[in-house]
Design a protein around this ligand. Structure first.
Ligand SMILES: N[C@@H](CCC(=O)N[C@@H](CS)C(=O)NCC(=O)O)C(=O)O
Length: 190
């Protein structure tokens, strides 16, 4: 939704999954056999997997800097997007489930500490990368900032003893000034 708003694309949104349900319905599974959200249907073209959707939207409807003109810049954008999915996503999900979706009395402090340590190692990598850059690819925002930008909101809003990562924080505070980010990412954590 953040990506669509940045590209100024109108969308007919249907809430599915979680409290809304419907992601196991045969009609939904026929479009997305993985049964997860999101799914995008664009004039009959169906695509799922959030990062694939972001790449598709930026490729077809975006221009540089969202979809970099240079193949090597696009390669780096994909690199950071895939790195989020394969590295940071798992410990961030553990942290989110423990701190937001588990009652305080039921929380597993050992799992929380391990997830914080793992996330900190990954976020520190990005912090170092951002030392000399305003955004992930350099001077301009791009599709590379979208998956990590969503996770950065959770990282900075969940309550725990967060390590100081000043470049990461500066980058996140710039994202947090964007109206599309405020509208679609900065939502209550539930
Ligand atoms: N790798 C997938 C993950 C999809 C996924 O796990 N979606 C979750 C929400 S973040 C979902 O569909 N949850 C609803 C449910 O399982 O009922 C993607 O990025 O699209």
């Amino acid at each position: 939704m953040w990506c669509l708003a940045e590209l100024d694309i109108e969308v007919d949104r249907k809430d599915i999954g979680g409290a809304f349900g419907g992601n196991d319905a045969p009609a939904y599974r026929a479009q997305n056999p993985n049964g997860k959200i999101p799914t995008l249907i664009d004039e009959g073209y169906v695509i799922w997997e959030s990062n694939a959707i972001v790449r598709y939207l930026c490729d077809l409807y975006g221009t540089a800097p969202w979809f970099p003109a240079d193949a090597r810049q696009r390669g780096h954008a994909s690199q950071w997007m895939d790195w989020y999915q394969t590295a940071l996503h798992l410990p961030m999900t553990t942290l989110f489930w423990q701190l937001i979706r588990t009652d305080a009395a039921e929380r597993d402090q050992t799992a929380i500490n391990a997830a914080i340590a793992e996330c900190t190692g990954f976020w520190a990598m990005l912090d170092k990368h951002l030392e000399e850059r305003s955004f992930i690819l350099g001077d301009h925002i791009s599709m590379a900032d979208i998956p990590l930008g969503c996770a950065a909101y959770r990282w900075h809003r969940m309550e725990f003893d967060r390590p100081a990562l000043p470049n990461l924080r500066r980058w996140w505070e710039v994202l947090a000034k964007r109206s599309a980010y405020q509208k679609h990412v900065m939502l209550p954590l539930t």
